[in-house]
Every structure is written in structure tokens, then in C-alpha cells.
Design a protein around this ligand. Sequence first.
Ligand code: GLN
Length: 304
Amino acid sequence: MDFKNILNIIYKDCSRIENHGKIANYIPELAKVNPDKFGMFLLTNENEHYEIGDSQEKFSIQSLSKVISLTIATELIGQDLWKRVEVEPSGTPFNSLTELERDKGIPRNPFINAGAIVVADVLLSVLDNPIDDFLTFIRKLADDDQIFYNEKVAKSEKDFGYRNTALVNYMKALDNIENEVDDILNFYYHQCAIDMTCEQLAKTFSIFANSGKKISTNEQVISAKSVKRINAIIQTCGFYDEPGEFAFRGGLPGKRGVGGGIVAVHPKAYVVVIWSPKLNTKGNSNLGIHALEDLTNLSGLSVF
Ligand code: GLN
């Protein structure tokens, strides 16, 4: 497959598009990013890579981190996790409070904020040093020690995190939270506030394209069965209230973050990361979805 040529075509196509998206500003620190950045990094299971634009520039991974926290939690506590969080698409925005009352404090899935906060609570209970251990796990997956928390982003989110505070308090009232609210939110805001490049993210997420094995070393990090399950949740819940549109256009399981990152996985073939900070009205990277649609159309490599 001539990915080099395909990525060049995508780059040209995306630079021609008038992007009416808006950068996320509910976390003030994120609003400082240059909205016109665009990067893409594709890594195949044969360990070949292709990149364009700002693929080596770090950005805030935000909700992309929720896939990694879910991975650690499923490895460490297994089936018990599913007593505290479901695996159904929510059809509502990532920070919605509405269905939590109806569902008696059990979040619809681990990627909406309520679900990711439950997962953070689980990790707080089982890890010795959650903040250190989380970063160590990501660095190991990425084969890269140059990955850090962005303390300014974590603080900015904490200062304005009223909805997340409401979610965690409500779940605590309904007995689905074990640890102290402030400790959970501190960990959750840190996991979201990691800065990474498209390349570092592609390496980290490559286990989901390669049946649980790191592409660089072939080391089995998680089982192929876990990968099947997590990819299913990525496909159905990774885009909150826009999974249908994303599957329709992008054609791959994908997760997005409000920093403008999208990670998409073609199981058994490749992982691709796209970063473009301007978001559509549902909070998803406008150009990111466009670029992925181009990629799966031009290559013919989609899961559908
Ligand atoms: N840290 C963000 C929040 O909790 C993550 C949101 C996202 O990327 N969807 O609001």
C-alpha cells in the first residue's frame, strides 16, 4: 500500500478545506493552542511508519487516555470492573449528567466522563502510586521516556471542573465510588493532561492493532481477547454522541479527545493518529474525521 502517497494527498486535501471548527475552550489552557496545527502518523503492524505535518509536536491527549486507563483496569481487576460500569453507547455528550440518575450511578460506558472517573477510582484503589504508575505504563508502551504530565493543563481543568465534580459526587452518593473525590479527580485530571506527539500515541496504541503485542518488540502486553473487547468499546463508545457518523465516515474504531486528537485502529493492520485542534459541534476534530475518511477511502482499508 502506498501510504506515503496517500498521506500526501490527504495533507493537500485537508489544507484546502475551510475549517469552521472551534478549539475547545472550557479548559482555558487548551484554548492557547494554535488552532491550525495538523499532524498525522500511521504505523503498520510491519513497523513501517508514515507521517505528515505536525506529527512530532506534543498536544494534550485528554480522553485518549481513557483507553489506557481502561486497559490497565481490565488487566488488574478483570470482570469485576463490569459491575461498576456498562459497555453501552450513551448517545449523549461526554460530560452528560442526565442518564446517570436513571442508571442508578452506573455509567453507560468507560469512556464518558462518569465511566472514566469510575475507572480512575478503580486504579486509585489498586495501584501503589497511580500518577507515577500510569505514566510509566504509557512510556513503556511508547518506548519513550520523554512523555510528561502538563501540570498547567491539569490545574486548568481542576479549576473549572464543576461538571466532573458533580458526576463523581453523585456516583459516590449512589455507592459507586470508593476513594476520596479530590484524590480521584486529581488523578483523572492528570491522566487527561499528558502531552504526547502523534508518533508517541501511535506507538502506545499499536497494541490494539497488533493483537495486544507491541509492534517494536512483539512483547505481548495484553491478551488478544482483551484487545477484541476494548476495540469493540472504542468502536461503539469512543465518539460519545457521534459514533454512527464517525463509523459511517471514518470506517474504523476510533477514540477522540478534546485536544483535537483522534486515534483509529485497523485490527491486524495499522494504527493512525491525527491531530487537528478545531472541533465540530460535538467536540470531535473536524479535519481529523475528514483525514480518516480520506485514508480509508483511498486505501480501501477499513473494517467495513
Ligand atoms: N479531561 C476532559 C474532561 O474531563 C476530557 C474530555 C474529552 O476529551 N472528551 O472534560
